[in-house]
Design a protein around this ligand. Structure first.
Ligand code: SAM
Length: 229
């Protein structure tokens, strides 16, 4: 049994920054190349925010996709190697900031849209981020969370919420220790959003063009009445 904790997630990302940059930039992860990158950009493009916070921005590909659409993007991530690569490639401003520091109130400018693209992988850290975003988003602002589809992401029949061992399957050979992740059911995600003051507007289920299977789910939520501001 590995170390199932939010700290272990960040540790694994520190170790795997270099192969991750290579995998994202070479387009070697098929589900991203064929489905999920375009899906998140398409939802953001429809919403037309002027300002975007990319939470867990990694090497910054999303900022580079949104900048030509006239959006101002700020990215935060705990891993210096990823933030440095994002800065070098441009498309936005990038800051080394952990979810824990963000949740504790580190200064970040309000935005019209916050996006977490496959970046809410943990338990307490995820709740802390969502809670802070409820306070940070402008009135009428949007939270987008793209994540593994709860109906397809785990093999076990029970689909019980909890920690799972990670895997780099589909990402290439160069990776080391995989980050553990915290599995949530659809109801678990809905409850988490509601508890932190969000109202779920809609859910998107981008599908693989060949198999038709959902490759992810995108939760589109807004700050509910009486919360945040
Ligand atoms: C699967 S990558 C996704 C990166 C990027 N959003 C993308 O779409 O390519 C997950 C990211 O979450 C970041 N992350 C995970 N836990 C974090 C934490 N506690 N604080 C800050 N960043 C964290 C990792 O460093 C990593 O860059």
């Amino acid at each position: 049994m590995g170390d199932f904790s939010d700290e272990a997630i960040v540790g694994a990302w520190h170790e795997n920054a270099a192969p991750w940059i290579e995998a994202v930039r070479s387009g070697s992860i098929e589900s991203r190349r064929l489905v999920t990158d375009a899906a998140i950009v398409s939802v953001i493009r429809r919403l037309r925010p002027a300002t975007v916070l990319d939470v867990g921005c990694g090497e910054g590909w999303l900022a580079r996709a949104l900048a030509p659409l006239g959006m101002r993007v700020h990215g935060i991530d705990a891993v210096p190697g990823l933030v440095t690569a994002a800065r070098q490639a441009g498309g936005g401003t990038f800051e080394c900031l952990s979810y824990e520091a963000f949740a504790a109130g580190a200064p970040v400018a309000p935005v019209e849209l916050a996006v977490c693209n496959f970046s809410l992988l943990g338990d307490g850290a995820t709740r802390g981020v969502v809670r802070r975003l409820a306070a940070l988003l402008s009135p009428g602002g949007t939270l987008l969370i793209q994540t593994l589809h709860p109906g397809f992401a785990v093999e076990d029949a029970e689909r019980v919420e909890g920690w799972r061992a990670g895997s780099w399957a589909g990402c290439g050979e160069a990776f080391g220790r995989a980050a553990p992740w915290y599995f949530r059911t659809l109801d678990g995600w809905r409850a988490l959003l509601a508890e932190q003051g969000f109202r779920l507007r809609t859910m998107h289920e981008p599908r693989h063009p060949a198999t038709g299977a959902p490759c992810s789910v995108i939760f589109e939520a807004e700050v509910g009445p009486g919360r945040g501001h």
